[in-house]
Design a protein. Structure first.
Length: 481
């Protein structure tokens, strides 16, 4: 996941915070044979001062119970937290993992080979890269130093870099003008730094993936040196020889129109086996560069820009939100005021994306986000941080896939969501029997819904429920206020 940006944008840190208001948002739309709906199911306030200015969020197994948990770092709060998933997609804040001076990049992985996921983090102001051993229950040991000689360490990844079956660690040094990696002996002992690149100034965003499809982990690095001044940005690909030695592509990606590259990823958009390059411009629009390999070590790139309502695009990711087998483009906002915060673009299957669709507009500065099936219903949900609100927000994907027979029915729209007393419906063309179950799959209401009729839910307790029509795969998830 993962989201591919970390460096501190102090221009946004100093913006005045306004009063947070919580608005649960639900919208629905139909694309082909699926209905993709997101509902904000949680808005978790982080305790102050430790929770001040959350910046990075990652999803992974922390307490080894098969339910995906969350790890969050705070830059001004100097803390790394984890949030436990109860198995239904509801998160409970746990004791902090660590206190670090300007905690920044975080990553989750089994560093010492004991079968439990550990946590790696950076301390930007102390120039440290550290890791914390997990006992498998979410209890973490004291910090163990990977390096204390980095200048402004920021984004971090856990990857197998040298092909020796152990997980290594890579990190960008924003102020030190380098991206490096550290070899792990399998027990959490690390060697000296190895250079991926030290020629690109201010490497704020980078990604680690197998870009050329040869089985090892390569790197794409972007910089952010020219805020407000186009033509200073660079994006370059570096190929791994399989042993952790990196060589630059002879043809860099052309990004001369970018002002401030905040995020970069390498993902296969069109299924041709090679990774294309995706970037965001903090003062402009997101772009993707279709990669065509000319020869080993050389590729050409063709840029397409996406239109967005987001004034300051922050992080991006490519994930299949509607379960159609195609990765979709997801984008977040660094804007501190009102506006759209998370949007997505459906992959059209022909090397492009449909128009922007809003997922959320209720938080401020949703710098980073992460994906997982939090509620175990087989589709991808979203968790994000709201930097200016000191919160973690969780959005449940209510994807409904319609069969051929069902697609012949007029689409049924349920509203409002959340609801206090009644559920209303549009485009119901025939009476339909229904049942409502709680999150424990216990039936709490059942009857027949007539045309132009509402369902009275005033007797239900507050919480998340599922409505299903008899003889149909059509279901709705809703929140009772």
């Amino acid at each position: 996941m993962a989201t591919s940006a970390f460096f501190i944008t102090y221009l946004f840190i100093i913006m005045i915070r306004t009063t947070y208001f919580s608005l649960l948002l639900c919208f629905s739309f139909t694309i082909g044979q699926s209905q993709t709906t997101f509902v904000k199911t949680q808005s978790i306030a982080l305790p102050l001062p430790q929770g001040n200015a959350p910046y990075n969020i990652k999803a992974g197994l922390v307490d080894n119970d098969t339910f995906t948990d969350l790890v969050v770092s705070t830059t001004l709060g100097n803390t790394v937290f984890w949030l436990k998933n109860d198995g239904n997609g509801t998160f409970i804040l746990q004791n902090p993992i660590a206190t670090l001076n300007n905690a920044g990049g975080v990553a989750i992985g089994d560093i010492n080979g004991d079968g439990f996921n550990d946590v790696v983090s950076t301390s930007y102001d102390d120039n440290k890269l550290v890791w914390f051993a997990n006992d498998g229950l979410g209890n973490f040991g004291t910090e163990q130093i990977i390096s204390s000689a980095l200048t402004g360490p920021s984004q971090v990844y856990i990857r197998n870099i040298d092909g020796d079956a152990t997980l290594d660690v890579t990190v960008s040094s924003f102020s030190g003008n380098e991206v490096v990696w550290f070899a792990n002996d399998g027990n959490g002992n690390f060697g000296t730094k190895n250079i991926i690149n030290n020629t690109i100034p201010s490497p704020g965003a980078y990604a680690m993936d197998d870009i050329d499809g040869d089985g090892d982990i390569d790197s794409v690095i972007a910089n952010a040196v020219g805020y407000g001044t186009p033509n200073d940005c660079r994006v370059e690909v570096f190929y791994n020889d399989g042993n952790g030695v990196f060589t630059a592509d002879t043809n860099p990606v052309s990004v001369n129109t970018k002002d401030y590259i905040f995020s970069v990823m390498a993902e296969d958009i069109n299924g041709d086996g090679s990774r294309d390059i995706l970037v965001t411009d903090l003062l402009g629009s997101p772009s993707y560069f279709m990669r065509t390999e000319v020869s080993p070590g050389t590729a050409t790139y063709t840029e397409t820009t996406l239109t967005t309502t987001i004034a300051n695009p922050a992080c991006l990711d490519l994930r299949d939100l509607d379960s159609d087998g195609l990765p979709d483009f997801v984008l977040s906002s660094a804007t501190s005021g009102n506006g759209n915060d998370i949007v997505w673009y459906k992959n059209n299957g022909v090397s492009g994306f449909a128009s922007e669709v809003v997922i959320d507009a209720t938080q401020r500065q949703a710098y980073t986000f992460t994906f997982a099936d939090f509620d175990n219903d087989t589709d991808l949900d979203i968790a994000s941080i709201a930097y200016a609100d000191d919160r973690v927000n969780v959005f449940n994907n209510q994807l409904i896939t319609l069969g051929v027979e069902e697609s012949n029915f007029s689409e049924i729209l349920m509203y409002p969501n959340p609801a206090k007393n009644t559920l209303n419906f549009k485009w119901l063309t025939t009476a339909r029997s229904y049942s409502i179950t709680d999150i424990l799959e216990k039936t709490v209401l059942s009857s027949t819904l007539e045309i132009n009729e509402s369902i009275n839910i005033s007797s239900l307790k507050s919480g998340l429920y599922i409505l299903k029509f008899e003889g149909s795969n059509k279901t709705f998830k809703f929140i009772k206020d």
